[in-house]
Design a protein around this ligand. Structure first.
Ligand code: 5GP
Ligand code: ZN
Length: 110
């Protein structure tokens, strides 16, 4: 999708620190990390949010990428977050799973 920053990252039109690339999914480091390790996992195809993601197989690929990335980086304890919609804190409208690790996490989240 035009003017989507994460589509541009997926298409290698703008640089990112990639940690994972599969056929349909990429993982890269967040530009403004909120924890010592902060990775974003996205589908290459544009879906604005979880509300639009209707591909169950791709959902599985996204979670499997989380598993592979954390395994590769030897991260055993981590938080995954999907912000859906403005009120939930979503700022980039291309669905992404946050992986946060390397510090104590609070519950409930803010
Ligand atoms: P959201 O608030 O939508 O759940 O999360 C968006 C995330 O994308 C934020 O953590 C933000 O730092 C990250 N982000 C925004 N623009 C870029 C970018 O151009 N490159 C990278 N690597 N991360 C970005
Ligand atoms: Zn996009």
């Amino acid at each position: 999708m035009e003017d989507c920053i994460f589509c541009k990252i997926a298409n290698k039109e703008i640089p990112a620190k990639l940690v994972y690339e599969g056929e349909n999914v990429v993982g890269f480091r967040d530009i403004n990390p909120q924890a010592p390790t902060h990775i974003l996992v996205i589908p290459k195809k544009h879906y604005a949010s979880l509300n639009e993601l209707d591909d169950v197989s791709l959902m599985g690929e996204l979670l499997n990428a989380v598993r592979e990335i954390t395994k590769k980086l030897e991260i055993q304890s981590y938080r995954t977050v999907i912000n859906t919609g403005k009120d939930a804190g979503q700022e980039v409208f291309h669905i992404h799973i946050h992986i946060l690790a390397g510090r104590d996490m609070k519950w409930p989240p803010g």
